[in-house]
Design a protein around this ligand. Structure first.
Ligand SMILES: *[C@@H]1O[C@H](CO)[C@@H](O)[C@H](O)[C@H]1NC(C)=O
Ligand SMILES: *[C@@H]1O[C@H](CO)[C@@H](O)[C@H](O)[C@H]1NC(C)=O
Ligand SMILES: *[C@@H]1O[C@H](CO)[C@@H](O)[C@H](O)[C@H]1NC(C)=O
Ligand SMILES: *[C@@H]1O[C@H](CO)[C@@H](O)[C@H](O)[C@H]1NC(C)=O
Ligand SMILES: *[C@@H]1O[C@H](CO)[C@@H](O)[C@H](O)[C@H]1NC(C)=O
Ligand SMILES: *[C@@H]1O[C@H](CO)[C@@H](O)[C@H](O)[C@H]1NC(C)=O
Ligand SMILES: *[C@@H]1O[C@H](CO)[C@@H](O)[C@H](O)[C@H]1NC(C)=O
Ligand SMILES: *[C@@H]1O[C@H](CO)[C@@H](O)[C@H](O)[C@H]1NC(C)=O
Ligand SMILES: *[C@@H]1O[C@H](CO)[C@@H](O)[C@H](O)[C@H]1NC(C)=O
Length: 347
């Protein structure tokens, strides 16, 4: 009896695992509400950049592209009316940022259009970024399959008609200096993945669609994990191939390994790693205090010491009183003061 139960549960687990291997998750719940909400919100945030667009119309063009259809059979043409309706934002010269294998870092770096503009910072990309959607031919209420979408394979490549086309249109509008951020430490489950692949979205839809006459230079930013390993760097491995492919298209490139502005962002997440110690040494070196600075700092230090001493005395007195009365409040106020002096110290 126990054995049967064990075998059955094993079967169930195996079945479950194979099902989850074959199918990814279904379409995002509340897809329509999310798309409509993001569409209006984008226009609220970018009121100056985007002429008012009809979000119901945008949803309609998006929805009819895939609803009630076999997901493996959607085409570029299906989504064309969505991209025509929404248009491509005007990306300022020198601001386009492309990426491959560096999703998180590229978007931290672009900062939603503040520093640079990625595809996902444009309206067409932003309103569906991170969502999953696929249709179903069976007659359900809305023609969207919320239970599962096919796993992305070459034989059923259902996200490329959307994202490939978005990439293409975004690349066509790039001008001036363009940047691409690639990953020099990219690991698959077993083998390293090259930083640049000709079959990536960048290789297939972006680099080939640049209007070379409008592009002055391609800056390649190679990012490595803070603690390495540096599998590929400027001038070797697949990055050499990228430089060659760009050159063949008539685009000049310059390449930078871990530029400071990118590295500082990575260090924000791992401030204690050895490679990020430059924060302590570096800042002091750059702002060598002058004589005047030195004197005023001494004054500040003396005043601070005085404040701290007075404060300690006060705390001690209050502490004695409070231990007898209300304990919690006293500790709170102590922490608050300590925090405040910390902040003063840093500025
Ligand atoms: C927006 O598009 C919808 C659907 O196409 C349409 O019914 C509606 O009249 C449009 N609204 C405006 C203000 O144009
Ligand atoms: C895919 O769509 C085309 C036209 O859109 C149709 O002719 C073809 O039969 C479809 N294939 C499958 C497998 O559904
Ligand atoms: C783009 O960069 C080039 C070279 O640095 C500069 O000459 C040009 O003014 C920049 N264009 C804009 C719009 O910032
Ligand atoms: C580069 O790829 C590695 C492994 O695939 C990943 O852990 C890391 O976060 C990626 N780096 C960036 C900057 O995205
Ligand atoms: C959703 O897709 C899965 C796999 O593609 C399929 O087995 C299932 O029947 C679909 N569900 C609906 C409601 O069409
Ligand atoms: C889908 O179902 C609705 C009612 O639920 C029905 O009116 C319609 O004819 C069906 N369409 C197809 C293609 O079966
Ligand atoms: C963007 O590219 C499209 C297609 O090449 C073109 O029609 C459009 O005018 C471009 N827009 C801008 C702002 O460059
Ligand atoms: C590339 O650089 C060379 C040498 O600096 C220059 O002569 C050429 O005009 C540049 N090409 C482009 C497309 O900017
Ligand atoms: C590329 O260069 C880096 C450092 O210069 C080195 O660590 C790495 O092994 C090289 N990779 C290849 C593929 O040559």
């Amino acid at each position: 009896m126990a054995q049967t139960v064990a075998v059955c549960s094993l079967c169930l687990i195996v079945a479950f695992v194979s099902v989850s291997l074959c199918y990814s998750q279904g379409s995002t719940k509340h897809l329509k509400d999310i798309v409509l909400g993001r569409c209006w919100d984008f226009q609220r945030q970018k009121a100056h950049d985007v002429s008012t667009k009809n979000c119901s119309k945008i949803w309609e063009t998006f929805y009819t592209a895939f609803a009630y259809k076999d997901p493996c059979n959607t085409t570029f043409a299906d989504y064309a009316s969505y991209f025509d309706e929404i248009g491509m934002d005007i990306v300022k010269p020198n601001k386009s940022l492309f990426w491959s294998g560096t999703y998180k870092e590229a978007h931290l770096f672009s900062d939603f259009d503040v520093r640079f503009t990625t595809l996902e910072d444009t309206m067409a990309g932003w309103i569906v970024n991170g969502l999953t959607w696929c249709g179903t031919k069976t007659n359900t209420s809305d023609g969207i399959n919320y239970s599962s979408c096919p796993k992305q394979t070459t034989s059923c490549d259902y996200s490329t008609p959307f994202w490939g086309q978005a990439s293409k249109r975004f690349a066509e509008n790039a001008s001036g200096i363009v940047r691409v951020m690639v990953n020099g430490t990219r690991m698959g489950s077993e083998h390293p993945i090259p930083a640049y692949r000709r079959d990536s979205f960048f290789g297939r839809y972006e680099l080939p669609n640049f209007h070379v006459d409008r592009i002055t230079r391609l800056i390649i930013l190679v990012v490595h994990n803070i603690d390495g390993p540096d599998l590929e760097s400027c001038g070797n491995g697949s990055i050499k191939l990228l430089q060659k492919d760009a050159c063949d298209r008539g685009i000049n490139t310059t390449c930078h390994d871990d530029p400071d502005d990118v590295r500082h962002l990575l260090c924000a997440d791992q401030p204690r790693s050895r490679e990020c110690w430059f924060f302590n040494g570096g800042t002091k070196k750059v702002t060598q205090p002058t004589e005047d600075d030195n004197r005023s700092w001494k004054l500040v230090a003396i005043i601070m010491l005085g404040i701290v001493a007075a404060f300690c005395l006060m705390a001690a007195v209050i502490g004695v009183v409070c231990v007898k009365t209300r304990r919690g409040k006293c500790i709170d106020s102590f922490n608050y003061r300590k925090h405040a002096t910390d902040i003063e110290h840093e500025t």
